[in-house]
Design a protein around this ligand. Structure first.
Ligand SMILES: [Zn+2]
Length: 297
C-alpha cells in the first residue's frame, strides 16, 4: 500500500464503459489498493450521460463526473439543454469528453467545429474546465483555443502531439495528460514530451479501457494502471514516483476544484469532495466503436 503522498488521480477513465458493468466494485477496490484516490469519468455520447451521473451517485467519494459529446458521436445530434442539465448538477467537475478528431473515419471537420465550440462556450459560461480529445487536429485546436485564451482551462487528454505543440497549449493555460502510451518503450515522441514540459501542467490518466500500457493490453487496463503511467514519467524525468504523484495530484485538485483528503483514517476512507459544487450525481457504457492504441477515446 502506498503512503498518502503517493495518492494518484486517474484524470480520464471510462468506468462508464459497458465493459466495466458488473465488476466496478473490484475495479475500484484494486484502484484504491494501488493508491488511486479518485477518477474523473467523462461521458462521451447521449446514452452515457445518465450512466455517468448514476455512477457518480453510487461512488461519490471516488468518481467525479464530466459530461460532453465526443466528436465520434456527433451524428447522434447534441441536445445542448439536456447537456446543460447534467453540467449544472452538483459534483460535476468538467465539460467532456469533447474535442476534434480529423481522422478519416470521423465526421468531417466542418461538422465538428460548431458542436465543439458550443460545448466550449458552455464550459466558459459555467466556469468548468474542459477534457479535450484531439487526434490529427492539433493546429486547428490551437486556433480554436487561442480564441478562448484567459477564459477557459482544461486538459489535452492522452496527448498525442509533440513537445513543442504541448508547450503551445500550456501557454494557453491547458494541462497535458499522459496515458499508458507513455509507458511503451518505443514511444519516443511521448517520452520527449513527458520529460520536456513543466511539472505544473502534467496530469496522469489511463483512458481505461482504451489504451494499452507496456505491460497490459488495452481491454485489461483499469484505473490502477495510473501508477504505471506515473512511474514511467518519473523515470523519464529523473524524478521519484512520489514527486510525480504529489505534483500531478495537486495539479488535478486545482484544475478540477477537488478537495482530496489523503488517507483520512485509512486507505479506504480516502475521500473526494468538490469545493463549492459538492460531489454527487451518478452508472453505465462507452464502447460504441472499437478502439485500439491509436484510436483512443
Ligand atoms: Zn476518453
Amino acid at each position: 500500500m502506498l503512503p498518502a503522498l503517493c495518492m494518484l488521480i486517474d484524470t480520464h477513465c471510462h468506468l462508464n464503459d459497458p465493459s466495466f458493468a458488473g465488476r466496478l466494485p473490484e475495479v475500484i477496490a484494486r484502484a484504491r489498493e494501488a493508491g488511486i484516490g479518485a477518477c474523473i469519468v467523462p461521458a462521451y455520447d447521449r446514452a452515457s450521460l445518465p450512466r455517468t451521473a448514476e455512477l457518480a451517485r453510487q461512488y461519490p467519494h471516488f468518481i467525479a463526473p464530466a459530461y460532453g459529446l465526443h466528436p465520434w458521436f456527433l451524428g447522434q445530434g447534441m441536445d445542448i439543454d439536456a447537456l446543460r442539465q447534467y453540467l449544472v448538477q452538483p459534483g460535476t467537475v468538467a465539460v467532456g469528453e469533447v474535442g476534434l478528431d480529423f481522422s478519416p473515419e470521423c465526421p468531417p471537420p466542418e461538422a465538428q467545429l460548431e458542436p465543439f465550440g458550443t460545448q466550449l462556450d458552455l464550459a466558459a459560461e459555467l466556469g468548468l474546465p474542459v477534457l479535450i480529445h484531439c487526434r490529427k487536429a492539433h493546429d486547428e485546436l490551437l486556433k480554436v483555443l487561442t480564441r478562448y485564451k484567459g477564459k477557459l482551462r482544461g486538459v489535452l487528454h492522452s496527448f498525442s502531439g509533440g513537445r513543442d505543440m504541448a508547450l503551445r497549449f500550456i501557454e494557453l493555460g491547458f494541462h497535458i495528460a499522459f496515458s499508458g502510451s507513455v509507458t511503451r518503450t518505443t514511444a519516443k515522441k511521448y517520452h520527449k514530451t513527458a520529460a520536456g514540459i513543466p511539472l505544473d501542467f502534467l496530469l496522469v490518466e489511463t483512458d481505461a479501457p482504451s489504451i494499452a500500457t507496456q505491460a497490459t493490453p488495452a481491454s485489461q487496463v483499469e484505473p490502477l494502471h495510473t501508477a504505471e503511467v506515473a512511474r514511467a514519467i518519473a523515470g523519464l524525468r529523473g524524478s521519484t514516483f512520489e514527486e510525480i504523484a504529489q505534483a500531478t495530484t495537486g495539479n488535478a485538485g486545482r484544475l478540477f476544484n477537488l478537495n482530496i483528503i489523503p488517507n483520512a483514517g485509512n486507505d479506504r476512507d480516502r475521500s473526494l469532495q468538490t469545493q463549492g459544487r459538492g460531489l454527487s450525481p451518478p452508472a453505465g457504457g462507452h464502447k460504441a466503436r472499437p478502439f485500439n492504441e491509436d484510436k483512443n477515446f
